[in-house]
Design a protein around this ligand. Structure first.
Ligand SMILES: Cc1ncc(COP(=O)(O)O)c(C=O)c1O
Length: 441
């Protein structure tokens, strides 16, 4: 069984040189939480520029869905690179974009006919959804959630309510957006407990919001992550999406689901919203859709995607290489990896739940499939966030050869490639426990 190998102090000598160069020339707006300089990677194993080997439970922020450099994906990209690199799908037609659109439209939940718009990122997919919702409904107001992350372009950022550092000095934003509490049951905004709450957070939208400040007939769309990602891998209770969608439908409001992080098989179903039995009107995809090549897609019911030629487009959106990578990715997900995500996700969650019994600081373990998080607290009673321990555990894991990232204020997320093997899950659990013991034990 392969294991991490840390041969130098971290960062190693070559990494130190490169980081120094980076500090001179690369934007300081990036948030590197530990000094990893990657040279190459295969499957779940990342090699840095000094020959150290790490087990990757980040998948490049939930993006290398089929593992680093899966041979089928690489082969598809290479074959396409010999035929056509770019022609711009906005002005011309080419086969990979058309075939991928057909595939995605058929994969999206529900039988209603769908159409697909292509961009290059999650933010572009959300931006397109935002514009389409406005174009179609001609309504100026929108609803989004506290804790939501939808991207960093001005429209997507206006919908985002994750961290003030992401919004500071960028005001004014797109007007007409109201943020409301998400169904974060571990820290309910209304201090209620599920199921006794009877989904008060959803009823509040109709009973309070629509009666006081936000006229329902002026709302174009509700933007929602099926499981909140950057906000802390927060899984809403059963019924949350169904009831919210019911309210949306009643008032002619579009239900726009951001599957950028939760989609493409990660939760054990192709789209996380399928766990909740809801068919979105519009869906945003990116990250895992093409195993690491830049691609965003916005899928909408055909009767909704009725904007006219010229109303939205992108030169690079849906470029041939990304489309081929995506076709190969989807094939791998459908063949076995999505099932594997459910199976290994259970193994990971059960392992973490076992650890939770022994470690008081593991306040909550939650997730679906391979979208799993541990929320760290100073005390189980008060639930005071243990952000310092969270950061320490991430750093210590890195030093021991395990790559993980944070989410929310005090959670650690586990989002490995969907190709992860049982032994790799066990190695992750064992390093995580060692790091936990050293930092917060
Ligand atoms: C749910 C969600 N939406 C949108 C985005 C933005 O994606 P990108 O960074 O590709 O623009 C992210 C990125 O983390 C995300 O998690």
């Amino acid at each position: 069984m392969k294991s991490p190998q840390i041969k130098t102090s971290l960062p190693g000598p070559r990494a130190r040189q490169l980081i120094k160069l980076d500090k001179s020339f690369v934007s300081p707006s990036y948030t590197r939480v530990y000094p990893l300089v990657v040279d190459n990677a295969k499957g779940l194993w990342v090699h840095d520029v000094d020959g150290n080997v790490f087990l990757d439970f980040t998948a490049g922020i939930a993006t290398n869905s089929t593992g680093h450099c899966h041979p089928r994906v690489v082969k598809a990209i290479k074959a396409q690179a010999d035929r056509l690199l770019h022609m711009s799908g906005t002005d011309f037609y080419y086969t990979p974009q058309i075939l991928l659109a057909e595939k995605l439209a058929k994969l999206a939940p529900g039988r209603t006919a769908k159409r697909v718009y292509f961009g290059n990122s999650g933010a572009e997919a959300v931006e397109a959804a935002f514009k389409l919702a406005r174009w179609h409904t001609k309504r100026e107001l929108n609803i989004a959630f506290f804790g939501a992350f939808h991207g960093r372009t001005m429209g997507a950022l206006s919908l985002t309510a994750s961290k003030t550092v992401q919004k500071k000095h960028y005001n004014p934003f797109v007007p007409g957006i109201t943020h409301i509490p998400y169904a974060y049951c571990y820290r309910c905004a209304y201090n209620l407990t599920y199921p006794k709450c009877d989904l008060y957070c959803v009823r509040w939208v109709e009973d309070t919001l629509f009666r006081t400040t936000v006229p329902a007939e002026e709302v174009g769309a509700i933007f929602v992550e099926p499981i909140q990602g950057e906000g802390g891998y927060i899984v809403p209770p059963p019924g949350f999406h169904k009831e919210l969608k019911k309210i949306a439908k009643k008032y002619g409001i579009l239900y726009v689901v951001d599957e950028v992080q939760s989609g493409m098989g990660r939760t054990g179903k192709m789209f996380a919203v399928e766990h909740f039995g809801v068919q979105p009107d519009i869906m945003a995809l990116a990250k895992g859709i093409a195993s690491g090549l830049p691609l965003g897609a916005m899928i909408a019911k055909s009767k909704i995607m009725n904007w006219e030629a010229g109303s939205h487009a992108s030169t690079f959106g849906g470029n041939p290489l990304s489309c081929q990578a995506s076709m190969a990715t989807i094939e791998l997900l459908e063949n076995n990896m999505m099932k594997n995500a459910a199976k290994q996700g259970d193994r990971l969650t059960n392992g973490l739940k076992k650890l939770q019994k022994a470690y008081e600081c593991m306040g909550d373990v939650r997730g679906k499939g391979l979208m799993v998080a541990v929320e760290l607290v100073k005390d189980r009673e008060t639930k005071a966030p243990a952000t310092h321990w969270r950061n320490g555990i991430i750093r210590k894991s890195f030093e021991k050869g395990l790559l993980v990232l944070g989410c929310g204020e005090n959670s650690i997320r586990f989002s490995p490639s969907l190709s992860v093997k049982p032994g790799e899950v066990d190695t992750c659990l064992s390093i995580f426990e060692d790091a936990l013991k050293e930092v917060a034990g």
